[in-house]
Design a protein around this ligand. Structure first.
Ligand code: PLP
Length: 309
């Protein structure tokens, strides 16, 4: 569904609430030419206690961290961004939504050095259902190992969310879709499993859970962190500092993606090879159910993860 079909009318830009159609930038904006933006993607859930943003504090922390390698300075405090976001959700009467903050180098000059360009900030919110479709959450998706590799973290920081990085995600994801798959798995420069174009990946084998470590050129995913904690609290061993070879994907009992957009999405097939019995696995289902119980607040646990709107 495109934005024009959605009932949203306001965007926060550089400290002001502006009409959706007036939220414009100049074509010579630095970030448009060189991918010099950093962003976040978070979700507000319609919980039993009212709308609540899941792990907002961690998303704001990561946004500020993402600025560091690029020497961007956000002109607004975390508290200001939080208030702006809550107000956007309230003004547009949204019970659940996706939240997209973006910080970017703006308009002044177009040398690669952005030293004269202002740092600009915007936040938008809009309704967004299951990223890969409702059916994906229940039945799982088919994926392929992309022929594109992730950037090595020695080439570009992969642990933070830079807009320019996502051309790699686009190449991998679109290659997968041209080949009839819903999403890609991207290997790192060493040929080990890194992550999806917009998701972290988990593997289940003999009752234990594995996910590539932070040195595997992955984003330090907030859902990855939440799912690791939830799975450990359920009694599972989670190995979160490992390398996973491509071959281990095919011999896994279960595989699933995690992400703020993708939530917990089972993978049923890799390169046309069925994973386990080719449907959502039992441990994936247990963790996924627990995840939705948590984010929709059907449990009192993890209350510190929520920012109520
Ligand atoms: C490349 C990449 N990896 C992993 C993730 C999952 O991260 P998170 O759970 O913080 O949304 C995302 C989504 O933000 C992503 O873009």
């Amino acid at each position: 569904m495109g934005f024009d079909e959605m009932d949203v009318d306001t965007i926060w830009m550089d400290g002001e609430f502006v009409d959706w159609d007036d939220a414009q930038v100049h074509v010579l904006t630095h970030a448009m030419h060189y991918g010099t933006g950093v962003f976040e993607g978070a979700r507000c859930y319609d919980t039993e206690n009212g709308p609540a943003i899941f792990r907002w504090e961690e998303h704001v922390d990561r946004l500020f961290d993402s600025c560091l390698p690029y020497e961007m300075e956000i002109d607004h405090s975390p508290a200001e961004l939080t208030e702006a976001t809550k107000e956007l959700i309230n003004r547009q009467d949204l019970a659940s939504c996706y939240i997209r903050p973006l910080v970017y180098y703006g308009y002044n000059s177009l040398g690669v050095s952005p030293s004269d360009c202002p740092t600009r900030t915007m936040i938008a919110v809009w309704p967004w259902g299951a990223y890969l479709g409702e059916d994906a959450l229940e039945n799982g998706i088919d994926v392929m190992v992309s022929s594109w590799r992730k950037h090595a973290s020695s080439q570009i920081p992969t642990n933070v969310k830079t807009t320019g990085l996502y051309v790699n995600s686009l190449l991998a994801g679109e290659e997968a879709r041209r080949n009839g798959c819903a999403e890609a798995i991207v290997l790192n420069k060493e040929g080990n499993v890194a992550e999806g174009p917009g998701e972290n990946i988990f593997l289940v084998r003999d009752g234990e859970i594995f996910t590539p470590g932070l040195s595997e050129s992955i984003l330090d995913g907030i859902t990855r962190n939440s799912v690791t904690r939830i799975a450990r609290d359920l009694g599972y061993t989670v190995n979160d500092a490992v390398s996973i070879s491509r071959g281990e994907l095919y011999t896994a009992d279960e595989l699933f993606f995690t992400g703020s957009a993708a939530e917990v999405t089972p993978i049923k097939q890799v390169d046309n090879v069925a994973i386990g019995d080719g449907s959502r696995g039992p441990i994936t289902e247990e963790i996924q159910q627990k995840f939705f119980d948590v984010v929709e607040r059907r449990t009192d646990k993890y209350e510190e993860w929520f920012e109520y709107v």
